[in-house]
Design a protein around this ligand. Structure first.
Ligand SMILES: C[S@@+](CC[C@H](N)C(=O)[O-])C[C@H]1O[C@@H](n2cnc3c(N)ncnc32)[C@H](O)[C@@H]1O
Length: 238
């Protein structure tokens, strides 16, 4: 089996006691990530312990939001190698998780992970967030939209908030520049129907990294003009 001790110990520090089956699933996920990463570019992080800290522990730190009880419909926007959506579904198999990404080759990898691990209630969707957020089957149908390492908060809010039902949450997983990002995104969040509720700082075990979760509540519907197409959420953030 792949080396997993840093993840197992770190998860305990985050309050998660992993079962043997869950550890085996994360181990298979790590093996596939390393294998596929030799053929297609999924992640720059390939060292066993670094995967444990920067991908697995960082992903499961999303449970510190206190918003994922286990039955939510969740979209992971710009999921890349499946972070945080796959770890969420491994540990809470009753959540319904949609993994969205604009790069199809990464979704092929994710479909193999889903098959090998035998995950249920999880699917992949290929497309740009700003296009799918206008489609009826996705728009305002999720309890939670979550996203890590995809765009700055003003752009990311336009990608994510349209997916969230009124009363639901957008969880932005952010790094040290979050205060500056919040300042630049306040207007956008309000226009899109969101309201910043809480910021939770999370020191990642076995590292000196502090990440944070920004919890943004959807307090009213997103106006139909958003998200804008043509790359505007990124080129001209609200
Ligand atoms: C740096 S990776 C992060 C992946 C993963 N969330 C993580 O934390 O490891 C960013 C991912 O977001 C995707 N992405 C960026 N903009 C997007 C958009 N507008 N719509 C869909 N996917 C997007 C990219 O294809 C890429 O896979």
């Amino acid at each position: 089996m792949t080396k997993m001790d840093v993840f197992i110990d770190g998860a305990k520090e985050l309050g998660l006691d992993l079962s043997d089956r869950e550890i085996e699933m994360f181990s298979d996920y790590k093996r596939l990530l390393k294998e596929w990463n030799e053929k297609i570019n999924i992640t720059a992080i390939t060292d066993d312990d670094e995967i444990d800290i920067k991908h697995f522990l960082d992903s499961v730190s999303v449970f510190k939001s206190g918003l994922i009880g286990g039955n939510e419909r969740i979209i992971d926007v710009g999921t890349g190698g499946g972070f945080p959506g796959i770890p969420v579904n491994i540990l809470k198999p009753d959540t319904e998780v949609v993994l969205l990404d604009g790069l199809n080759k990464r979704l092929k990898f994710l479909n193999e992970v889903i098959d090998t691990l035998g995950l249920k209630n999880i699917s992949t969707v290929h497309g740009r967030a700003e296009e799918l957020g206008r489609k009826k089957e996705y728009r305002e149908t999720f309890d939670i939209a979550v996203s890590r390492a995809v765009a700055s908060l003003n752009t990311l809010s336009e990608y994510c908030l349209p997916f969230v039902k009124v009363g639901g949450y957008f969880i932005a997983m952010k790094g040290p520049d979050v205060d500056e990002e919040i300042e630049q995104a306040e207007k956008a969040i309000e226009k899109l129907g969101g309201q910043i509720e809480k910021r939770i700082d999370i020191p990642l075990p076995s590292s000196d990294i502090v990440h944070n979760l920004l919890l943004i509540k959807k307090v009213k519907g997103t106006p139909s003009v958003y998200p804008r197409g043509g790359g505007n959420p990124k080129k001209k953030p609200l």
